[in-house]
Design a protein around this ligand. Structure first.
Ligand SMILES: [Mg+2]
Length: 150
């Protein structure tokens, strides 16, 4: 099971420009990490647009060391040689699955940008941009992980 993880509007409410002002919030990351510890078979791939501005080392910094070791990479940057239909976030995720030869692996995307998903909406656990990874999103993600255990 692969979790494609967005940051803004998920790990913290969407808001100010957090990349350039040096401010880092990640207030909901502990909640997500606690859930992930219950499901050690879940790998993480970062789908946040932060991947286009920051080095991998910086991207991984907010994560606890045990969770960091479960991060398998980042999806390809948008426009990075991706042809249609690999243009939106869904497409970038599908491209990652193909590049890594794991198209049959179950996956879920935790994201607030539901409009970035089309054919694969059923893989999406959506967060409200201004509420982030709240109780509802957490319960839904847990259900997806539990479903993958069966
Ligand atoms: Mg987002």
């Amino acid at each position: 099971m692969i979790l494609f993880l967005d940051f803004d509007g998920v790990l913290h409410p969407e808001g100010e420009d957090r990349i350039y002002d040096g401010g880092v919030d990640f207030c909901f990351l502990p909640r997500l990490e606690a859930l992930l510890r219950e499901f050690p078979f879940v790998k993480i791939v970062i789908s946040s647009s932060w991947r286009e501005h920051l080095l991998n080392k910086t991207l991984l910094k907010p994560f606890s060391s045990d969770i960091r070791t479960r991060i398998a990479g980042v999806i390809p940057p948008s426009g990075f040689g991706l042809q249609p239909p690999y243009r939106n976030r869904e497409g970038e995720i599908l491209a990652w699955l193909q590049i890594h030869d794991v198209v049959d692996e179950p996956w879920v995307a935790l994201d607030d940008a539901y409009w970035q998903f089309d054919q694969c909406k059923d893989h999406l656990v959506v967060c409200g941009s201004f509420t982030g990874f709240d109780d509802r999103a957490s319960a839904e993600l847990r259900a997806r992980f539990e479903g993958a255990c069966q």
